[in-house]
Design a binder for this molecule. Structure first.
Ligand code: ADE
Ligand code: ZN
Ligand code: ZN
Length: 301
């Protein structure tokens, strides 16, 4: 009896050790980590019009924008064909996104006008969110993708093609070669480590981003197109790029955390701007000319 137990225990320990080794050696670094996506959504929530807020609630029910923000990364596990929707692979040596070069034709539907990269898929899901011939479930899914993908296009390493967006660049972060439960790589440093290193709770980080928006008048930069956002992100990525084996120092962290904050804040502002434009009151039978309405303003926080 004891022998069998010892053998089982040894086997369990061996399997656990192998699983642990596997998770340390095999990073699944895909997007701003969950926290980056939640922060983008929390900033957006502060800038939604009352009507957009109401429509979000109708579509998401008891979940908030922040709750659903990381969802597309979970969806991708069983839908690998959606993986390229999370990034755009503009080479480091180029300074502008080129759709023919950087955004592949859809793998599942080569005749589709929509291609497989983040800038195309943001526009695709904007169209679906605003399409009232689609079901509530389809529009809710479009909203969940939009919240996530507008976050991703603001993660600089999601707009650079080299080394799979820096996933293949091993680094040490402030002297450590492990970042959380995986071996540090440049992409993961940007998805998670720089955000974690801020050491702020979610409410404090959100408040800090809202304050930075006000102090720097970033509201003025809420507009624009996904490709313009991607080009700015790509510029930041080329500045932040580091070679294999690089040491991520305190100086790097101090400098690049400013970029992380600006991109989280701008991602949130632009998400709100997109949602405020699309999620207007449903049409009624009254002719539009008979009921002029003033443009809605985001609610003061
Ligand atoms: N895989 C390939 N390129 C990538 C990128 N830029 N970001 C995330 N994953 C990728
Ligand atoms: Zn993602
Ligand atoms: Zn990522």
């Amino acid at each position: 009896m004891e022998r069998i137990e010892v053998r089982i225990n040894t086997a369990v320990r061996a399997i656990t050790a192998a699983a642990l080794l596997f998770t340390i050696a095999e990073p699944k670094s895909w997007a701003w980590g969950r926290e980056g996506h939640r922060l983008t959504a929390l900033v957006a929530e502060a800038y939604l019009t009352p009507t957009a807020k109401e429509q979000v609630k109708l579509l998401l029910g008891s979940e908030t924008l922040a709750d659903v923000a990381p969802w597309a990364d979970d969806y991708r596990v069983n839908h690998p064909e959606t993986a390229p929707w999370h990034y755009v692979d503009t080479p480091k040596a180029e300074d502008k996104f080129d759709r023919n070069r950087d955004c592949p034709v859809s793998s599942t539907d080569p005749k589709s006008p929509w291609r497989d990269c983040v800038t195309d898929r943001i526009l695709y899901f904007e169209g679906r969110l605003g399409d009232d011939t689609l079901s509530k479930a389809e529009r809710a899914m479009a909203l969940k993708f939009l919240v996530h993908l507008i976050g991703d296009v603001h993660q600089p390493l999601h707009t650079i093609g080299d080394d799979r967006g820096g996933n293949g660049i091993s680094v040490t972060f402030l002297g450590s070669s492990t970042c959380g439960s995986y071996k540090c790589n440049l992409h993961g440093v940007w998805d998670e480590s720089l955000i974690d290193h801020r050491g702020l709770s979610e409410p404090k980080y959100t408040a800090a981003l809202l304050q930075e928006i006000k102090d720097n008048h970033w509201e003025r930069m809420s507009g624009g197109e996904p490709t313009t956002w991607a080009n700015v992100s790509h510029h930041y990525a080329t500045q932040a790029y580091a070679p294999n084996g690089a040491l991520i120092t305190h100086e790097y962290v101090e400098e690049e955390t400013k970029v992380v904050d600006a991109e989280l804040a701008l991602g949130g502002l632009r998400l709100a701007h997109v949602l405020n434009r699309i999620l207007v009151a449903p049409e009624t039978d009254t002719p539009a000319a008979a009921k002029p309405v003033e443009a809605e303003k985001p609610q003061p926080q």
